[in-house]
Design a protein around this ligand. Sequence first.
Ligand SMILES: Nc1ncnc2c1ncn2[C@@H]1O[C@H](COP(=O)(O)OP(=O)(O)OP(=O)(O)O)[C@@H](O)[C@H]1O
Length: 329
Amino acid sequence: MTYAYQLNNVKVHYHDQLVLDIEKLNIPAYECLAVLGENGAGKSTLFHLLSLLQKPDSGDISVLDNEINASQTKQCHQIGLVPQHPYMLPGTVTDNIRLALKLKKVDKARHASQLQQALETVNLTHLADQTANTLSGGEQRRVAIARVLAFDPKILLLDEPFANLDSFHQRQLEDVITMLANDSKRTILFSTHDRLQASAITPHTIQLLKGKPISAPLLNLFHGHYDGELFHTKTLKIFAAEGSLSARHIAIDPLAITISTHAHSDSSARNQLPGRLISISEADRAVRLTVDCGDKFEVIISQQALSALALSLGASVWISFKATAVTLL
Ligand SMILES: Nc1ncnc2c1ncn2[C@@H]1O[C@H](COP(=O)(O)OP(=O)(O)OP(=O)(O)O)[C@@H](O)[C@H]1O
């Protein structure tokens, strides 16, 4: 198998704080991978390392099966990073893209066709001659993506591409990323907080928790301690299947939680908690509910299930989930 990246024992510190700690992470080439994590989990730091803008304090990173020191400049030309806050250079959208082609030393004969194709991919042809700094935030994000697509990198890194976009532009960008992922010509990594959004684009995800990759969903993440049967948060006791007594966190997949208007005495779900429904946000794929049971739980259900339950804000509800749905971390 070809790997886009192989990371071994990679650590990054800022002022004595360990912010990235990756024992082993292999990212297969030609895959589209979502990097999930809360604020400060280390996503941007990871993207800086992967774009070779930053070196780890210790550990090894291979890019496309080469050690990064082999020919760093050449490898940089294979990687396109769209940072969380992309900057626009002075001049038009076209000027911005042409400069990237020059910097990445793309053959001049290919400039016009690469430029055209990049603009078409992100639906920006009509804004080609507009001054880039006068575009909206969402349009600038698309320029930044066109700027890296123009030099056809083997690896595309998109750091929080959906941040500050309205739902229409988020959907448009999801379609662009999905289309790029479907042609399997390159490896794509994008970071997001939104697991549903990630899963709409790709089944492949890694999650960062305080700088470490973990295999559990990061939603419904609670802190506390485990006594071998129950996990104790400050306010709740939650049955968790076997795990290490040293676990300090639990995560519960919101799709594994059911919601009802009554407790079920015959249910196989060991965790049944009363609570109050405090938010309902409807997306067009599903509905997210927040239930305050002392700690706040996110629950994802279908539109049909919501209608059948006839729930409204402030309603008293019960949530239930199995001990095996609780991942100890
Ligand atoms: N240049 C820096 N100097 C000091 N600390 C930093 C620096 N950059 C990042 N950090 C710290 O490193 C940790 C990880 O930050 P990072 O930006 O990688 O997280 P993130 O997952 O991208 O967060 P967000 O979702 O908020 O963008 C945070 O605690 C942050 O405060």
